[in-house]
Design a protein around this ligand. Structure first.
Ligand SMILES: Nc1ncnc2c1ncn2[C@@H]1O[C@H](COP(=O)(O)OP(=O)(O)OP(=O)(O)O)[C@@H](O)[C@H]1O
Ligand SMILES: [Mg+2]
Length: 287
């Protein structure tokens, strides 16, 4: 079904290079409708983080550059705008790797996020209340050093810090990384509540396609810096190729993430057949 909600973020045919020569994205286009969750899926090195950094003004710090295409947020061309100006316009980002200030308390870490956008004490309190509602674990440890928090709690702090600026949209990079499935479910449930109950729009980069499509309205599959496929979450989840390559559901178990056109594909290791993995013939690609 066509989504008629106007897009809050639109990325049109962008090409990104690092260090002037290393191509990372080749003609990536996607649109994130207002008040939706869009998933950006793909294996290691597919270009998920690069797409998010391009949209959040963070490429320059890594000597990356958008050399072609257009990125618009709320109808405005945002190419070249630095991250703090984007945060002031309501576009916040949570980087891969949940960076926290280890020696500051959990609450101090959160409050830092409020200073990127000029906020009154009332606005800061309101944002803090929302974070503590969506992540009920955080008020229990608010005075502890963030460095003592678990990986899941640190991810909640990182998302919370972005929410302190009361953004309309959050670019969220790989929140599931290195976390136990139960913790991942809690975090994704909170993201869904922030979307459905608080109206925050998300672009969510994830290797964990199963969890991401569970909460997303629609998804884009990236491979080698290109969008290979896109559609509603339910349409993507129903597709055999997506199940096989990204959801770990096929008759023979989980297939490799690796592009069969580029390299050999190996059948998954099987407990009933614990021999060496064998190459299998190339599979049709995802289109
Ligand atoms: N700072 C950088 N300098 C040079 N090349 C980079 C840099 N960051 C990323 N790349 C390259 O750009 C491509 C896309 O990387 P990116 O980090 O966007 O992928 P990803 O989909 O986020 O992968 P992962 O799932 O491992 O986080 C890769 O080939 C990567 O090596
Ligand atoms: Mg990444």
């Amino acid at each position: 079904m066509t989504d008629l909600r106007p897009s809050l973020l639109t990325i049109e045919s962008i090409e990104v290079v690092y260090h002037g020569v290393i191509g990372a994205l080749r003609g990536v286009s996607l649109a994130v409708p207002r008040h939706s969750i869009a998933a950006l899926l793909g294996a290691n090195g597919a270009g998920k983080s690069t797409t998010l950094k391009a949209a959040s003004g963070l490429l320059a710090g890594e000597r990356g550059e958008v050399i072609k295409g257009r990125i618009a947020y709320d109808g405005e061309d945002i190419a070249g705008l630095p991250p703090h100006l984007l945060v002031q316009r309501g576009l916040a980002q949570v980087l891969e790797g949940r960076r926290c200030f280890a020696s500051l308390s959990v609450e101090e870490n959160l409050l830092i996020g409020g200073h990127l956008r000029h906020r009154t004490a009332t606005q800061l309190r309101r944002a803090l209340d929302l974070i503590y509602t969506r992540f009920p674990r955080l008020p229990l440890i608010r005075r502890s050093a963030a460095g003592l928090a678990s990986g899941g709690e640190q991810q909640m702090i990182a998302i919370g810090r972005a929410l302190m600026s009361e953004p309309r949209m959050v670019l969220l990079d790989e929140p599931s990384m290195g976390l136990a499935p139960i913790v991942v479910s809690d975090i994704f449930d909170a993201v869904r509540a922030l979307n459905q109950q608080d109206g925050v729009t998300f672009l969510l980069a994830e290797q964990n396609a199963t969890q991401a499509l569970r909460i997303a309205d629609h998804g884009h599959v990236l491979e080698n810096g290109r969008v290979l496929s896109h559609g509603t979450s339910s349409a993507l989840m129903a597709r055999d190729d997506i199940k096989r390559f990204y959801l770990g559901e096929s008759a023979s178990g989980r297939a490799s993430f690796i592009d069969p056109h580029r390299v050999r594909v190996f059948e998954p290791f099987s407990l009933t057949n614990p021999g060496l993995a064998q190459p299998v013939p190339a599979q049709p690609g995802l289109h």
